[in-house]
Design a protein around this ligand. Sequence first.
Ligand SMILES: *Cc1c(COP(=O)(O)O)cnc(C)c1O
Length: 462
Amino acid sequence: MSEEKKIPYKIYLEENEMPTSWYNVRADMKNKPAPLLNPGTLQPLTFEEMRGIFCDELCKQELDDTTAYFEIPDEIKKFYKMYRPSPLVRAYCLEEKLQTPAKIYYKFEGNNTSGSHKLNSAIAQAYYAKAQGLKGVTTETGAGQWGTALSMACAYLGLDCQVYMVKCSYEQKPFRREVMRTYGANVTPSPSNTTQVGRKILEEFPGTTGSLGCAISEAVEAATSQEGYRYVLGSVLNQVLLHQSVIGLEAKAAMDKYGIKPDMIIGCAGGGSNLGGLISPFMGEKLRGEADYEFIAVEPASCPSFTRGKFAYDFCDTGKVCPLAKMYTLGSGFIPAPNHAGGLRYHGMSSTLSQLYHDGYMKAVSVEQTSVFKAAEEFARVEGILPAPESSHAIKVAMDEALKCKETGEEKTILFGLTGTGYFDMVAYERFNNGEMQDYIPSDEDLAKGFAGIPKFPGNEV
Ligand SMILES: *Cc1c(COP(=O)(O)O)cnc(C)c1O
C-alpha cells in the first residue's frame, strides 16, 4: 500500500519525455486492414485517385501499412506543447466512491478549447495541407467537436477552413458554431445551396435538417470543385488513428515511468480514432507477443456497429461519393433513433479496429444511454470533470469493471480514455436530469433496413 501512495493523482511527462513519432499499429498486424476501394471499379484506391481528395502526405500515411513510426514534424510538436502532454489521472476519488480494489486511470483529452482529442489529428491534417501550399480545407461536422478542432488548427497555420455543419446542430448548438467562427472558420448549415449535391437534396427533401452523411457529400464536393482545397475527416481513417497514437504513446510513457501495467484498456468507439490511438502502442506489444492486455470498445446500444454490425465493404457516407471501406457497419443509410443523445452515431468503424476486432484482439460492448449519463454524473461529482457523453460510455464500462473487481477482490489496473468535456451537451444532460431520457435499442428489423443498403458484389456477401 505504501508503494501505492507514491503514484500521484496526475502523472505528467516532461517536455523531453513526449513522443517524437506517431506509431502505426498496422505495421505490426499480420492481417492488414483491407484497402479502400474505388466504388466504380471495385479496385483498391490508388495514390493518384486519392490525392484529388486528401493532400499528398496524408494519402501516403493512409496507404502505408508497413512503416511503424512516422516522425512528428517540429511545427506539430510545437502546437502539441500548447496543450500536451495531457494528464494521466489516477482516479483515487472514483475508486474510493466505488470501494473497489481496482486501480483506475484515465487519460484526459478535454484540456484544450475544442474540448476533445480531435485536435491531435486536426493540427496534423492542417499542417500537411499548409506544407503542400494549399489554400484551405473543407470538412463536415455533426455535434461540432471536429469542426472546432479544425478551426483552431487552421487559425494557427493561417489556412482557410470551410465547415459544413449539420443544419439541426447549426441551429441547436449556436455556441459551437460561434467558437468555430471566432477561430475564423466559414460555417455553412448543411444541406445548403452552395453545392450541387446540397441543392439536389434540398429540392428532394425541402425543410430537411440534414445529416452527417449529407454534410460529408457537400464538403467533398466543395473540396474537389475549388482550386487549392482538400477534404479532411476527423475519424475512421488510418491516418487519423496514426495521429491519435500520441494519446496511447503518452499514456504508456507515463505508466512506464511508475512501473504501472494496465490489465484492461477501455475506450468509447464512434469511428474508432480515440480508441485506436489509445490502444495502439499496447496493441503493438500484444501483436508482437511481448505483453497481453484486454481491450474493450464501448459503443451505444442505439448505434451498435461492432456488436451487431456486419463486417463488409460499405459506403462511408450517405451520398455515396466516398470510397468503400471494409469495416463493421450498420449500412450507410442507418441513422440512430432521434432520442439518441450520446454521440458516437457514425454507421461504420475504422478498418484497422474492425480487422483487430474480427481477429479476436479486442472485445466490444454496447451500453444504453441512461446508464451512460448516470455514470457521467457519478463521475463528475467525484472526479470534478464534466465529461462528454461520448467519453461517458468508457466511464460506464470502467466503473462496471471496477465493481466486478469489488465482487472478486481482484486488484486489476484499468485504463480508460476520457476523450472530452461535455459543456456543449447540456441539453442532453438536461433531458437526463428531468428524467426525460429514454433508451432505444434498434430491433433486428430496424437493422436489416440499414444492411440492405450495403453494396453487393462478389466477395462482399453479408
Ligand atoms: C468525436 C468524439 C468521439 C468519437 O470519435 P472516435 O473517432 O471514435 O474517437 C469521442 N469522444 C469525443 C469527446 C469526441 O469528440
